[in-house]
Design a protein around this ligand. Structure first.
Ligand code: SF4
Ligand code: SF4
Length: 356
């Protein structure tokens, strides 16, 4: 494809870098064969309660369903890794595990703003009007497929996009547009014979390479599943109170991974590997504003409380027994949270009986 007069692929990439994006590539808009995998994944029931995936499946099969006349997809990636040890390196079950991507600012806002700024710049740079749709994570787009097609990285066996230089701690976003820009060659798979992520997954959720059964994945159980967590699944949650990074932490391409100095991703003290009891005791009026401005706003305080109760039950610590026996207030007194806290108290009692 040819660049648009006045707006080159090179110019867009330079502007993306100046806006803080770590990677930018351009893919042709098309119905690539790998996009069909979504239908099979949905049919196997792996999406669980994520019904929005089913509702948007047709549009996700081809970006031209989202934007008729689309010619290219400008794929963007932003490294959010910060200089903190991986959760698999710290064996303390009394510390909360929170997915790295949720430690700092809400990426929907930060990356959304930068993606919109890039599109504004493009509109000023090109004389002719064109159609475009910017998305960050929540759009009806199979972002990783287009990012791979744009040469940003390959989709690893853990289903994450991996860049050979930066690793996989990447926020993805994209601009679908009707401009005929010069495209990049796709990235090649470099997982080889490695299967570390599959072996390390605590729940066996990676049922085959690049296929995650979300209903077994801790990210789904702690974030997407809003109601009661089945009792059989609670022990596997361990100390994960929001998401799970295990399959990325064990990946050799993240050892070590590039570190970002962007202040947007600096961990908030409340989410910086806090002690479970401290997180549990933090009053709602402190917790709510922190959650609201983070990626956790998607799940909300109630889910965080529910998961923290489960993690306290799994911690086996005397401090957890004490924290859970204190009078519950605010969101800790929510019936859903209280049911999980009661389970945690029973589990801790049973553990101490076993120890005795
Ligand atoms: S996020 Fe955790 S539970 Fe989900 S597939 Fe990766 S290692 Fe398994
Ligand atoms: S751990 Fe190994 S198999 Fe899994 S994504 Fe990384 S390189 Fe690929």
């Amino acid at each position: 494809m040819q660049d648009q007069p006045g707006l080159t692929a090179g110019g867009i990439k330079a502007q993306a870098r100046s806006l803080g994006f770590s990677l930018c590539g351009i893919a042709p808009a098309g119905a690539f064969p790998e996009l069909r995998f979504l239908r099979e994944w949905l049919d196997r029931g792996y999406a669980g309660e994520m019904r929005y995936m089913e509702r948007t499946a047709d549009r996700r099969a081809d970006v031209r369903q989202v934007l008729p006349g689309a010619r290219t997809v400008i794929a963007l990636a932003t490294n959010y890794n910060v200089d903190r040890p991986y959760s698999v390196e710290q064996a303390d079950p009394g510390r909360a595990r929170i997915s790295r991507y949720a430690w700092g600012e809400d990426y929907h806002d930060v990356i959304g703003g930068r993606t919109a700024a890039l599109l504004d710049w493009m509109r000023r740079a090109v004389p002719e009007p064109f159609e475009a749709r910017p998305y960050v994570d929540t759009g009806p787009v199979q972002e990783r497929v287009y990012a791979q097609r744009a040469g940003l990285g390959w989709i690893g066996k853990n289903s994450c996009l991996i860049n050979a230089r930066l690793g996989s701690w990447l926020f993805l976003s994209e601009i679908i547009c009707t401009l005929p820009l010069e495209t990049d060659p796709p990235a090649l798979d470099q997982c080889g014979a490695c299967a570390l992520c599959i072996e390390a997954c605590p729940t066996g959720a990676i049922v085959e390479p690049r296929t995650v059964d979300a209903t077994r994945c801790l990210s789904y159980l702690t974030i997407e599943q809003r109601g009661k967590v089945e009792e059989s699944a609670r022990p596997e949650i361990g100390s994960h109170v929001y998401g799970c990074d295990v399959c990325q932490e064990v990946c050799p391409w993240n050892a070590p991974a590039a570190v970002s100095d962007d202040p947007a991703w600096r961990p908030r003290p409340a989410f910086d590997q806090p002690r479970l009891v401290d997180l549990w005791r933090r009053p709602d009026d402190q917790l709510r504003p922190i959650v609201k401005r983070s990626a956790m706003s998607h799940a909300g305080v109630r889910s965080l409380r529910r998961n923290t109760a489960v993690a306290l039950g799994n911690s086996g610590s005397a401090a957890a027994v004490e924290a859970l026996s204190e009078p519950a207030e605010g969101s800790r007194a929510n019936p859903l949270v209280e049911e999980h806290a009661a389970w945690a108290r029973r589990r801790l009692r049973a553990a101490s009986v076993r120890d005795a």
